[in-house]
Design a protein around this ligand. Sequence first.
Ligand SMILES: O=C(O)CCC(=O)C(=O)O
Length: 228
Amino acid sequence: MKEAWARQYEQDGYVVIQGLFGEDEMKACKEEIRRIVERKDGAGKADGYAMHGVFVGLAKESELFRRMAVDTRLAEVLKAIIGEQALFLSDKVVAKDAKKDFASPWHQDWMYWEGSHKLSVWIALDEATPENGCLRMIPGSHRTAVSHALHIDSRESFASRLRPEDIDESKVVAIPAKVGTAVFFHDLTIHASYSNVSGKDRWALISTYKDAADPDPDLPWAYPIPVV
Ligand SMILES: O=C(O)CCC(=O)C(=O)O
């Protein structure tokens, strides 16, 4: 299995493991996220503006997410792909629902971080489909860094994005995911997500890792935890 994961990741720039976590665990994560957001931003905010977008730094705030970051099921896959020195750096929730139905634009994560290559794990806290905003990927795109245009609307996240003409739609693969599914992807894999037109939640937990042996400048956004 380990070799198959590593091979798939090497070939496509991502590997999908359906149902790596259980529904109850994902429900507990969502409840904990609501508690964190309410504690940080005030009562009612978890169902208000704060929960309709991106909240960064869950592990910093919660033992549950510190455990989640180094969970043995994730660690097994991370070790197969990154190696023995996998290091957790940061996590976030990307929450879309009936009030916030944004589609994430096409991009490569590396444009935001630069430095050594990182890997992110996108975990489905709700079932994700094309109707409620599942991921879209371009297999094999992790081999090349593509220049991104700067997006000037500062009210939106994802400041660096690819131009529509950079995307060959015939190569795009949708990644529907059952609750608890984990998508491991390279920071050069070109990805986006559909908007959520379903009226239902589509929350995802996204955690980022690197090989601790790879040099990097200071990463002020990181909250490092060794995986093994
Ligand atoms: O969950 C999503 O909608 C996509 C998030 C994403 O592309 C990212 O955080 O890099």
